[in-house]
Design a protein around this ligand. Structure first.
Ligand code: VG1
Ligand code: CO
Length: 543
């Protein structure tokens, strides 16, 4: 088998965003596009000859083709071994676990997460380092730089490798090991949670529903819930991963997980409902006719962590992304542990976890996880909730309300304006920035502006600095509005407006979040000139 060195010309748009490179499938299918990016990664990471990688994706359209290309390129670039999930499937947290468990050099995760799939949908690729987590910014920046001056890539001339049977194949000098994508991950979950207690709970008539949204978690959820935990067959719905996610938008929130939401808010609602996204790292938790806000979910998991055997010894610390509500900070204060505020994206949690400074991390974008892997982990969060319910034997809603009564409630919502013209979105952000010097001291209704800034983060472990991570308007009473442009979209720009206020008084905790945040929502519109600048009357998605 011959190694071919192919001459190529650089693309200028291969800049990884919040979570890897995400583009429309037709962009990835252009000649040399995928190859260039993979070669740029291999050049930057400079793995010693014979190194081992993990490889797998969420099963979306183009997954299999991309895996064949990457395998041949890995062989031609001197890797010794690649572990691939059967059928090319690995959820993002499972890939992270495989890298860690087998001590691999790193891994490539093929996913555009919650973005729609199919021939006209999105595809994505991300490099994870040896700790199992997304490559830090200095690596992604180096990859982008390399992609801009790439002149050739290396690929083995060989037939495709069969990925459907578990076993080993040689590809030139490299070994391809097709592994069971589920088993290692399910074992890890069983080591962290009290499966016995959850099994007992499910025997008491407690009913749950898990919606895999036709995406990667189906096989994992079937094995764990219906297999190991004994939930009745049919507990997992939409459990077969499809290349186009059944035409849906595999994003577990109140807008896109509509079937699950309808059932959980319907007349014969189960006691517990959950969903995960395209690549299995996000989660949505629902009780009977009750939605758990992801920021609250992080706080509740932290407050109840010792109920799970894997966390019985307590937490070292908590980390949350900047836009995530401060509900977790209140728990950290009570527990006497540190709480870190990082920029958006899981890559910023890795150093803190590696240094043993935090155990649990979360983002308002339906992401929660812990140091058991270095990615967010959807099924982990679902199992954590089941473990909590099994021990407390209270409905989800009662558990959340009791938490608010103890800590106060951080009303929270995110308003997304998707697919805006890029210029309008940039103009809006610039306008806000320009207005910042004049805002402190100004009063809008019951809110007075205390500080405005553009969030920057200095990593406490390696000292690296990340700037331009979101525009913040902080009010005297601790309420805030954050404006940020998405780094995962593939169409125009997506503006995210994050809104938060704190309410200590339990008599007010029953308010609807949109109502409680109404005044802040209006102030956000006023400060940004949103309607005039974008022509939008309302957000595309509210979470
Ligand atoms: C979004 C979320 C962010 C998350 C990222 C990747 O990024 O806001 O919290 O880490 O997606 O999640 P952005 O830049 O679009 O706001 V996933 O499940 O898409 O890998
Ligand atoms: Co995801």
């Amino acid at each position: 088998m011959a190694v071919r060195v192919i001459a190529t010309t650089p693309f200028n748009d291969q800049k990884p965003g919040t979570s890897g490179l995400r583009k429309k499938v037709p962009v990835f299918r252009q000649p040399h596009y995928l190859e260039n990016f993979v070669q740029a990664i291999f050049d930057v990471i400079a793995a010693p000859p014979g190194s081992a990688l993990a490889l797998g994706g969420d099963g979306r359209f183009y997954n299999r083709e991309a895996i064949q290309v990457i395998l041949k390129m890995a062989a031609a670039n001197g890797f010794g071994r690649v572990l691939v999930g059967q059928g090319g499937i690995l959820s993002t947290p499972a890939a992270s676990h495989v890298i860690r468990k087998y001590g691999l050099f790193g891994g490539l995760v093929l996913s555009a997460s919650h973005n729609p799939g199919g021939p006209e949908g999105d595809f994505g690729i991300k490099y994870n380092i040896g700790n199992g987590g997304p490559a830090p910014e200095k690596v992604t920046e180096a990859v982008f730089a390399r992609s801009k001056d790439l002149a050739e890539y290396r690929i083995l001339e060989a037939a495709d490798v069969s990925l459907d049977q578990i076993g080993e194949t040689r590809l030139g000098d490299m070994l391809v090991q097709v592994i069971d994508p589920v088993a290692d991950y399910a074992d890890l979950m069983e080591s962290l949670f009290d499966f016995g207690a959850v099994r007992e709970l499910l025997k008491t008539g407690f009913r749950m529903r898990f919606d895999a949204m036709h995406a990667v978690t189906g096989p994992y959820a079937r094995e764990i819930f219906e297999g190991r935990l004994g939930a009745p067959a049919g507990t997992v719905v939409n459990g077969i991963p499809l290349p186009d996610f059944g035409g849906g938008h595999p994003d577990p929130n109140l807008t896109y997980a509509h079937d699950l939401v309808a059932e959980m808010f319907g007349p014969d609602a189960p006691d517990f409902g959950a969903a995960s996204d395209g690549d299995g790292d996000r989660n949505m938790i629902l009780g009977k006719r009750f939605f758990v806000n992801p920021s609250d979910s992080l706080a509740l998991i932290a407050a109840n962590a010792t109920l799970a055997p894997g966390y019985a010894g307590g937490l070292a610390g908590i980390a949350r992304s900047m836009p995530t509500s401060a509900a977790a900070d209140r728990v950290a204060r009570k527990l006497g542990i540190p709480c870190f505020e990082t920029p958006t994206g899981w890559k910023f949690f890795g150093n803190l976890m590696d240094a043993g400074q935090v155990t649990v991390c979360g983002e308002e974008s339906f992401g929660t996880s812990s140091s058991h892997v270095r990615e967010k982990d959807g099924l982990w969060a679902v199992l954590f909730w089941l473990n909590i319910v099994a021990k407390r034997r209270q409905p989800v809603e009662d558990i959340v309300r009791a938490h608010w009564a103890e800590y106060g409630r951080n009303f929270y919502s995110r308003h997304d304006y998707e697919a805006l013209p890029t210029e309008a979105a940039n103009g809006l952000m610039q306008h806000l920035k320009d207005s910042f010097p004049s805002l402190p001291g100004k009063t809008f209704g019951r809110y007075s502006v205390k500080v405005c800034d553009d969030f920057a983060y200095t990593d406490p472990i390696d000292g690296s600095v990340s700037r331009n991570q979101g525009l913040r308007v902080l009010f005297e009473d601790g309420s805030r509005i954050v404006f940020r442009l998405s780094g995962t979209g593939t169409e125009g720009a997506t503006l995210r407006v994050y809104l938060e206020s704190y309410e200590p008084n339990p008599s007010q905790h029953g308010l609807d979040a949109q109502a409680a945040l109404g005044e802040l929502i209006a102030i956000a519109g006023l400060l940004s000139g949103l309607k005039a600048r974008t022509g939008r009357e309302a957000p595309t998605v509210i979470t």
